[in-house]
Structure formats: structure tokens, C-alpha cells
Design a protein around this ligand. Structure first.
Ligand SMILES: *[C@@H]1O[C@H](CO)[C@@H](O)[C@H](O)[C@H]1NC(C)=O
Ligand SMILES: *[C@@H]1O[C@H](CO)[C@@H](O)[C@H](O)[C@H]1NC(C)=O
Ligand SMILES: *[C@@H]1O[C@H](CO)[C@@H](O)[C@H](O)[C@H]1NC(C)=O
Ligand SMILES: *[C@@H]1O[C@H](CO)[C@@H](O)[C@H](O)[C@H]1NC(C)=O
Ligand SMILES: *[C@@H]1O[C@H](CO)[C@@H](O)[C@H](O)[C@H]1NC(C)=O
Ligand SMILES: *[C@@H]1O[C@H](CO)[C@@H](O)[C@H](O)[C@H]1NC(C)=O
Ligand SMILES: *[C@@H]1O[C@H](CO)[C@@H](O)[C@H](O)[C@H]1NC(C)=O
Ligand SMILES: *[C@@H]1O[C@H](CO)[C@@H](O)[C@H](O)[C@H]1NC(C)=O
Ligand SMILES: *[C@@H]1O[C@H](CO)[C@@H](O)[C@H](O)[C@H]1NC(C)=O
Ligand SMILES: *[C@@H]1O[C@H](CO)[C@@H](O)[C@H](O)[C@H]1NC(C)=O
Ligand SMILES: *[C@@H]1O[C@H](CO)[C@@H](O)[C@H](O)[C@H]1NC(C)=O
Ligand SMILES: *[C@@H]1O[C@H](CO)[C@@H](O)[C@H](O)[C@H]1NC(C)=O
Length: 787
């Protein structure tokens, strides 16, 4: 879907450009000559203008922001015109910035966002007193910013973001008193955020993210009372307390991310009634959150990565407010706390939000059963995609978990925590946290989809055997294109932490892979000491944020594998599986025969199943849903000779009680009427011994509604409301039913199902022998660790 959307964008950009024609205007020949020189210098060699046509050059794509615009104003003599606007956005022009711009007497706006212009910013630009708007964001300008620009006293907008600019901001900039919009993100500046920004009293929007400038934020920032959009992030340097913004009551977006801020959040923040986005993530903020009404417009609260303590106040837990409290020091909420009890009513991320953060309670907030019965040795994830088998391992897809601004997801052995709102994408719904390749290519399926995040994304595995692991991270840049359009101009950078340790700074997939749509794999050693492994991807304000579209930036990861390289599969475990399945009711009957402690794992093929069942000899059938065999089975059961069903080849080395339980359930599952068969979760509940198994199966051929199953359902319903957040077997199977079905093979009424050993190991008290043998998510050797 996303792919087609992007393709459409591309096609429309390239071919369907809406043309706007304006009334022709005569331009003095001197300005025509200058204009031709300017576009040539910028690298647009095939554009030439004359006095009649120059001022008619307006085109803007209906879908993208691909824009060109040369506009003119009427001179005082009413007969000549003068160029006032030069705008080429997303044109991939690869020249330099022409000093000749200062020969256009009435130029007021120069907008060159999204090109490949390089070299220095010419100091001659400082002579263009008429300039009110200068945007050279997302180019390749380098060197220092000329001090002469400080003479541009009429300048309202100055956007220098996403270049390679260095050095200090010149002190002459103190004179830019008309500035309303100043952005210098993603550069390599040097020095501290200057005191003189206090002069820019009209400033409405200020962005200093990943600029290279250091802290502290000058205290004089308190004088900027007109601030509306305020983003400062990723400044190194000394610690500081919260800057005084008490008079900036018009603030709509307050981002103070990774600014080394300590101390508490001042109370006035909760009284800023225009505030929509509050991002104070990754500081050292302490103290408690007050239980006071929050500003009515507040929609996103990011307090991720601080030292906040005390109870989570109920006041911030409201419908319509998205709150990320991950990585903090709050008191662990009890199951009765609104944060756990009503979690489905609001968007809240509590991953590692408490002081007991780094154990199972931390990574599985609001869950009860947190014991690891059988630790894993590996897991595989296809981030943002479907289940994909590669090199014999199934990478489990999480593409259906689309995510959101503050998202927590966990299954029975891994999960993710995702934080952030893609800024300026005009989408507060934030549906797209999964990216799909914009261009078709022969890239392997693992890379076609990826998970993306605007701020911080953590994948974690839990219930891992402690020891050393090899973490492989798979990447391919799929949001940019490899052509000469604006789609190829983007630059992505993010940091990677494994077990909270920085392993990559400014990781650039495209650079590492030498191109887009090319896979690149990074391998890291990691040590697990508390059964948990965490991989965190973090955006530190680097890279472009609006190419090809606004809101394209931040971490992107295609797949993850975590394996214990030293683990050797255990030997000689013999497992005999009888699998009976009809319709929606699937039951796996596995009777393991353990020959001492010498174990061998067998992954069953249809052939092996056939052998074990004497080629589906009807005598071995436990039922197939047809009247005959089921009826025969009924008779057996009524005669209490149920154990006759067990293959004599199994000998006596199994738990008879458990085997009988299994067979009884199997019989239920083979009922002729679908309505009489238990659901998967009911069956699992019976397997676990939580639910009693009806004594006898209904009469074959009877299609009447069986009230026993209604009773079971009622019981489950009750259970559900009581243990909403526990990872019950039901949750697991509800999630995983489909993936089971994907791998089944149907033959003569028998279904062979690849199942995941851990599903039944980790959070249920399923009899150990009931866990199946074959693999999809894990290596064969994952099972039997404590058999
Ligand atoms: C300039 O010429 C190139 C190559 O001939 C063409 O692809 C491009 O569309 C032209 N640019 C404009 C603005 O017409
Ligand atoms: C070109 O710029 C003029 C002056 O700023 C503006 O009025 C006009 O809408 C712009 N046209 C396009 C297509 O952007
Ligand atoms: C230009 O036009 C305006 C109104 O259209 C008029 O007021 C002004 O006098 C004219 N200037 C000259 C030099 O003709
Ligand atoms: C255009 O530039 C001339 C020369 O600098 C100046 O006198 C005039 O006021 C300007 N016109 C406008 C509308 O800015
Ligand atoms: C950065 O600033 C410091 C101190 O102001 C200076 O010593 C250093 O040379 C500067 N580095 C660059 C690359 O300009
Ligand atoms: C934060 O401040 C402390 C204390 O001044 C300093 O040691 C530390 O390096 C700072 N951190 C960063 C990331 O700049
Ligand atoms: C900076 O950190 C030091 C040591 O951690 C602390 O003593 C000092 O109060 C902090 N300063 C500010 C402004 O937070
Ligand atoms: C905020 O404004 C009030 C009233 O103008 C003033 O007295 C106070 O000093 C200002 N606070 C700051 C921190 O500038
Ligand atoms: C975490 O909170 C507890 C109180 O709940 C406090 O004792 C402890 O010092 C805090 N830890 C940090 C690192 O702030
Ligand atoms: C996590 O740690 C806390 C305190 O350190 C402890 O009370 C809790 O039982 C631990 N949880 C698990 C599942 O180990
Ligand atoms: C699968 O194996 C091939 C060949 O060894 C290798 O190039 C590829 O990276 C492997 N895939 C994964 C996901 O590890
Ligand atoms: C990872 O560990 C293995 C085995 O100890 C070692 O050979 C290898 O060099 C390590 N790799 C890295 C990147 O440290």
C-alpha cells in the first residue's frame, strides 16, 4: 500500500505538474542576464529566460512540494518589473550558490530547499538588504556562515538545516532582529548556543537540533516571549537546569531533548494552555509528576529517558493524550493502577519506566506471570514485515503492529518499544511506523519492509539463556530512491545502542551499503546477564527530515537476529507427535519419549509423521471429524479404554495422566460440528489444566449447541477481565493462530503444523511434553533446555 502511494507520488512529481500561468511582465535586460547567470551557476543549464517570459516561471507539483517560482514586482515607474522571488525546491540542482543574487535590487525571497548545491555561502549575500527569506536547507553547503549575513536586518526566515556548516554562529547575527524563524539543525557548528539570540524578540520558531552547538541553553532565552515552535536537542556540554520559559506562554511545541537538563519540570509547564507537544526526553530530569490537570490542547508527552520518580499521576492518563514514560524511575504501577487497569483506553508506554527497570518487570510492565521456564538461545525478527524464512530460520514479522507515538508491544519472547511523533508530517494520527520500499528491486523479502521510528525504538528479547550472543542487524535504505530525483537527496542517520552501550554513532545505512536498496548487515557481540537483550535505535537530530517527504527521518531497521553462537543442539531426543486438526480447532499432540538425558530433537516431516502413524493407518487415528472414526473413538472413551489410542511404540515412558488429557481434548477437537469444538484458547486452557475437560464428547452427529462450551467461554471471559495484562496462553494463541495456519500441511485429515516451541514454554504452565518439536521461529535446539 505504502509502496504504491510512494510510487504515485513519484509519478505525479515527474509527470503531472500543475502549471500556473501569470501575466507576462517585462524585466530589465540587466536582470534577465543576471537571472540566466544565476540558474547556470546553480547547475540548471537548460533554462534560459528572456524579458517577457522570466516572470512567468511558476510551477508547483500538486502532490509533492517540487516547486519552481520566479516572481516579480512592479517598479515605481509602472512599466518595468523586478525579480522578487527565486525558488527551486527539490530540483536536485548541483551547482553553487550564486553571488550574483545581490545584483537583483528587489529580491526578497530565495528558497533552494532540497538541492545538491555545495561550496560556501557567499558573503555577497550580506548585501541583499531586501532579503526577508533565505532557505538553503538540505543542500551540501560547507564552511562557516559569513558574518556579513548579520547585515540582513530585514531577514525574517533563515533556514540553514541539513548542510555541512562549521564554525561558530557569527556574533554579527545579534543584529538579525527581524528573525521569526531560525533553523540550523543537522550541521557541524562549533561553540555554544549564543547569548545574543535574546535579541530575536520576534522569534516564533527556533530549531537547534543536532547542530553541533553545545549547551547550556542561555538563560536569556526567557526573553523570547513569542516562541511557538521551540526545538533544541542533542546539545553536548555541561548540565543545566530547566531553562526559564515561564513567559513563553504561546508555546505550542516544546522540545528540549537530550540537553543534559537536571532538576525538576517547572510547574508552569503544566499551565501552558497552547501546548500541544511536550518533548523532554533523554535528560536527567528528577522529581515527581504533579497530579494536576494538564493543558487542554496537550496531545503528545515524551518524558522518555529521565529519572522521574514517584507514582504515575492519573491526571496525564487521558483519552486523546499520548504519553511515553519509558526509561524512567517511576514506582512500578500495580495491576490496579489506572495505567495498567485501563491501558487500552489511552496510549501509554511504560517500557522500563520504573526503578526496577532492567529486569522482567521492567520490560513487561503490567504483566503478572514473569517467570522464564525455558530460556531461549535465539530469536529472529523481520521488523515491519511478515514472517519470512531465510537460511532455515523464520524471521517473525511484526508488520501488523503498526505502532504509534508511544507504543509498547511484546509477544512471548520479544517485543518493541517505540517513541516519537514524525514532526511536520501533518499527520497526528501517525499510522505509518512501517516503511515499504518505494522502488521495486530484487532485494530479498527481509528488506522490503522495515520498522521506522522518529525518536527512539527498542527491540528487546527476554527469557534468554544468560551468556554471549551475536546480534545481527539487517538494514537497507528503502525510503530514498537511487535516481536523480529529489527522492535520492535524503540522508538518514541514527545511533545504535546494544545493552545500553553505544555501538554506532551517526549510522548511515546508505553510506554503509554504498547505495539505496542494498542490504547491509552489522554484527555485534552482546552479553546477556539478566535474561534480557536490548537493542535501541535513537535519532539524535542528524540527517534530513523532509526528503522525499516531510517526516522521513530517524531509525530504520529491516531485521534482527540474535543467536548464541556456542550453543550446540542437544542430542537424541525422540518425540512422537500425533497431530489432529479439523477446521479452526488445532491440537498438537506430542508425546515425548525421553531416553535418559541423552536427547535428540527431531523435526517432523510429513514423511516421518506417516511412518509414525503407519501411513495414517485408520487404526491410529484419533479422529478426523468424520462420523465413523469419531464415533469409534467415542466408544473407546466410554469404555474408559482411552489409553488404547496411544501408540504402543511409545512404550511406557510417558505421563499417562497428561497423555489422557491430551487425547480427550483431541477428541473434542475432532467433533463433527464446528460449533461443538473448543476454540484454540479453550483447548489450551484445558491443556494447562485451568479448565476442566468435559467428561465425554457430544454424541456424534449431534449439532445441538453444547452448553458446556458456553460455560468454558464464560469462564475465559471472566478470566480475561481479571488478568487483562498477563500474557496468558490465550493471548499468545490469539495472536499466533494465523502464523500457525500459514505453515500447515493438510493430508488425509491430518494437519502438520509447524509450531513455535516457546509459545507454550514461557508464560503458561503447559505440560512440558506438550511443546512441539518442529521449528519456525527458533532453531531446533531451543527446546528441551531443562528436560
Ligand atoms: C533539463 O534537462 C534535463 C535533461 O535534458 C531534463 O531531464 C530536465 O527535465 C530539464 N529541466 C527542466 C526544468 O526542464
Ligand atoms: C510564487 O511566489 C509568489 C510570491 O511569493 C507567490 O505569490 C506565488 O504563489 C508563488 N507561486 C508558486 C507556484 O509557488
Ligand atoms: C503607478 O500606478 C499607480 C497606481 O496604479 C499610480 O498611483 C502611480 O502614480 C503610477 N506611477 C507612475 C510613475 O505612473
Ligand atoms: C526595489 O529596489 C529599489 C532600488 O533598491 C528601491 O528603491 C525600491 O524601493 C525597491 N522596491 C521595493 C518594492 O522594494
Ligand atoms: C571549536 O571551538 C573551539 C573553542 O571555541 C576551538 O578551540 C576549536 O578550534 C573550534 N573548532 C573548529 C573546528 O572550529
Ligand atoms: C552532562 O553534564 C555533566 C556534568 O557537567 C557532564 O559531565 C556530562 O558530560 C554532560 N553530558 C553530555 C552528554 O554532555
Ligand atoms: C551539574 O551536575 C553537578 C554534579 O552532578 C551538580 O552538582 C550540579 O548541581 C549540576 N548543575 C546543574 C545546573 O544542574
Ligand atoms: C516575565 O514577565 C514578567 C512581566 O513582564 C516579568 O516581570 C518577568 O521578569 C518575566 N520573567 C522572565 C523570566 O523574564
Ligand atoms: C529512583 O527512585 C527512588 C525512589 O523511588 C530513589 O530512591 C532513587 O534514588 C531513584 N534513582 C535515581 C537514579 O534517581
Ligand atoms: C525485578 O526487580 C525487582 C527489584 O529489584 C524485584 O522486586 C522483582 O521481583 C524483579 N522481578 C523479576 C521478574 O525478577
Ligand atoms: C543467508 O545466507 C546467505 C549466504 O550465506 C547470506 O548471504 C545471507 O546474508 C544470509 N541471510 C541472513 C538473513 O542471514
Ligand atoms: C565476538 O566474539 C568472538 C568470539 O569471542 C570474537 O572472535 C569476535 O572477534 C568478536 N567480535 C567483535 C566484533 O567483537
Amino acid at each position: 500500500m505504502m509502496f504504491f502511494k510512494n510510487l504515485l507520488v513519484l509519478i505525479l512529481t515527474l509527470s503531472c505538474v500543475v502549471k500556473q500561468l501569470f501575466v507576462a511582465a517585462k524585466l530589465p535586460q540587466a536582470e534577465v542576464d543576471v537571472l540566466n547567470q544565476i540558474v547556470k551557476t546553480m547547475g540548471a543549464t537548460n533554462w534560459t529566460f528572456d524579458a517577457d517570459t522570466a516572470c512567468e516561471f511558476h510551477e508547483k507539483s500538486a502532490v509533492t512540494e517540487l516547486t519552481r517560482n520566479i516572481s516579480c514586482i512592479l517598479g515605481p515607474d509602472n512599466s518595468t518589473h523586478h525579480i522578487s522571488v527565486i525558488e527551486f525546491k527539490r530540483y536536485s540542482l548541483s551547482g553553487v550558490l550564486p553571488p550574483e543574487l545581490n545584483q537583483l535590487p528587489n529580491i526578497s525571497k530565495v528558497s533552494l530547499f532540497g538541492n545538491r548545491l555545495s561550496g560556501n555561502i557567499p558573503s555577497q549575500l550580506g548585501n541583499i538588504i531586501s532579503l526577508t527569506y533565505l532557505d538553503i536547507e538540505a543542500n551540501q553547503f560547507s564552511g562557516t556562515v559569513p558574518a556579513q549575513l548579520g547585515k540582513l536586518v530585514n531577514l525574517g526566515t533563515l533556514r540553514l538545516s541539513s548542510n555541512r556548516l562549521t564554525g561558530n554562529l557569527p556574533t554579527e547575527f545579534a543584529e538579525l532582529k527581524s528573525l521569526t524563524d531560525f533553523r540550523i539543525n543537522d550541521n557541524n557548528f562549533n561553540g555554544s548556543i549564543p547569548e545574543f539570540i535574546q535579541n530575536w524578540k520576534q522569534l516564533w520558531r527556533l530549531e537547534i537540533q543536532g547542530s553541533g552547538l553545545k549547551g547550556p541553553i542561555p538563560s536569556s532565552i526567557s526573553l523570547l516571549e513569542n516562541l511557538n515552535q521551540f526545538k533544541i536537542s542533542d546539545i553536548d556540554g555541561t548540565n543545566q537546569t530547566f531553562p526559564d520559559l515561564s513567559n513563553s506562554t504561546l508555546l505550542r511545541r516544546m522540545t528540549l531533548r537530550n540537553c543534559n537538563i537536571s532538576g525538576e519540570i517547572p510547574g508552569y509547564v503544566w499551565e501552558m494552555n497552547k501546548l500541544r507537544v511536550l518533548d523532554l526526553s533523554f535528560n536527567k530530569i528528577t522529581g515527581k509528576l504533579p497530579n494536576v490537570a494538564v493543558p487542554g490542547d496537550l496531545k503528545f508527552i515524551f518524558l522518555t529517558g529521565n529519572l522521574l520518580s514517584g507514582n504515575i499521576p492519573e491526571s496525564i492518563l487521558q483519552k486523546g493524550i499520548t504519553v511515553d514514560l519509558s526509561y524512567n524511575n517511576f514506582t512500578q504501577p500495580t495491576l490496579e493502577h489506572r495505567a495498567c487497569r485501563n491501558a487500552q483506553e489511552f496510549d501509554l508506554n511504560l517500557f522500563r519506566s520504573s526503578s526496577v527497570a532492567n529486569n522482567l518487570s521492567g520490560v513487561l510492565p503490567c504483566k503478572t506471570d514473569q517467570k522464564c521456564h525455558r530460556p531461549l538461545r535465539s530469536f529472529y525478527i523481520n521488523c515491519g514485515g511478515n514472517n519470512v524464512i531465510e537460511n532455515g530460520s523464520t524471521f517473525e514479522g511484526d508488520g501488523d503492529k503498526n505502532g504509534g507515538v508511544a507504543t509498547y508491544y511484546s509477544n512471548d519472547h520479544w517485543g518493541f518499544s517505540s517513541t516519537g511523533d514524525f514532526a511536520d508530517d501533518d499527520d497526528e494520527q501517525n499510522k505509518y511506523y512501517v516503511a515499504s520500499s518505494v522502488q521495486s528491486s530484487d532485494i530479498s523479502e527481509l528488506f522490503i519492509n522495515a520498522r521506522i521510528a522518529p525518536l527512539s525504538l527498542t527491540y528487546f528479547g527476554y527469557c534468554l539463556q544468560n551468556g554471549n550472543y551475536v546480534v545481527s542487524l539487517y538494514f537497507a535504505e528503502i525510503q530514498f530512491t537511487n535516481d536523480n530525483t529529489y527522492g535520492s537527496l535524503g540522508r538518514r542517520m541514527f545511533d545504535i545502542y546494544i545493552q545500553d552501550k553505544l555501538v554506532e554513532r551517526d549510522f548511515d545505512i546508505e553510506a554503509k551499503a554504498s547505495g539505496v536498496l542494498k542490504p547491509v548487515t552489522r554484527k555485534y557481540n552482546a552479553t546477556v546477564t539478566d535474561n534480557i537483550l536490548q537493542i535501541r535505535f535513537n535519532w539524535a537530530g542528524k540527517g534530513t527530515t523532509a526528503l522525499p517527504q516531510r517526516g522521513v527521518y530517524g531509525p530504520l531497521v529491516s531485521a534482527i537476529s540474535v543467536v548464541d553462537p556456542n550453543y550446540k543442539p542437544a542430542k537424541k531426543k525422540k518425540i512422537v507427535e500425533i497431530i489432529a486438526g479439523v477446521g479452526s480447532c488445532l491440537i498438537i499432540l506430542a508425546l515425548d519419549v525421553l531416553k535418559g538425558s541423552d536427547l535428540q530433537t527431531i523435526s517432523f516431516t510429513l514423511k516421518q509423521i506417516k511412518a509414525a502413524t503407519n501411513n495414517f493407518d485408520p487404526a491410529n487415528k484419533v479422529g478426523e471429524g468424520g462420523f465413523g472414526p469419531v464415533y469409534k473413538a467415542c466408544q473407546l472413551q466410554q469404555k474408559e479404554k482411552i489409553m488404547e489410542l496411544v501408540d504402543p511404540k511409545l512404550g511406557s515412558e510417558y505421563n499417562k495422566e497428561e497423555a489422557e488429557r491430551m487425547i480427550r481434548i483431541s477428541l473434542l477437537c475432532t467433533n463433527a460440528s464446528p460449533s461443538l469444538r473448543p476454540t484454540m484458547s479453550e483447548a489450551v486452557s484445558m491443556l494447562e489444566g485451568k479448565t476442566a475437560i468435559p467428561d465425554s464428547i457430544p454424541e456424534a452427529g449431534s449439532y445441538s449447541q453444547d452448553l458446556r462450551f458456553k460455560a468454558i467461554r464464560d469462564f475465559r471471559g471472566l478470566n480475561r477481565s481479571q488478568t487483562q495484562h498477563s500474557t496468558s496462553a490465550e493471548d499468545l494463541y490469539t495472536i499466533d493462530d494465523e502464523s500457525y495456519l500459514r505453515y500447515n500441511v493438510v493430508k488425509d485429515g491430518y494437519k502438520m503444523i509447524e509450531t513455535r516451541s516457546s509459545d507454550v514454554q514461557l508464560s503458561t504452565s503447559m505440560p512440558s511434553w506438550a511443546s512441539s518439536s518442529s521449528t519456525s521461529a527458533h532453531d531446533h535446539n531451543n527446546i528441551n533446555t531443562n528436560s
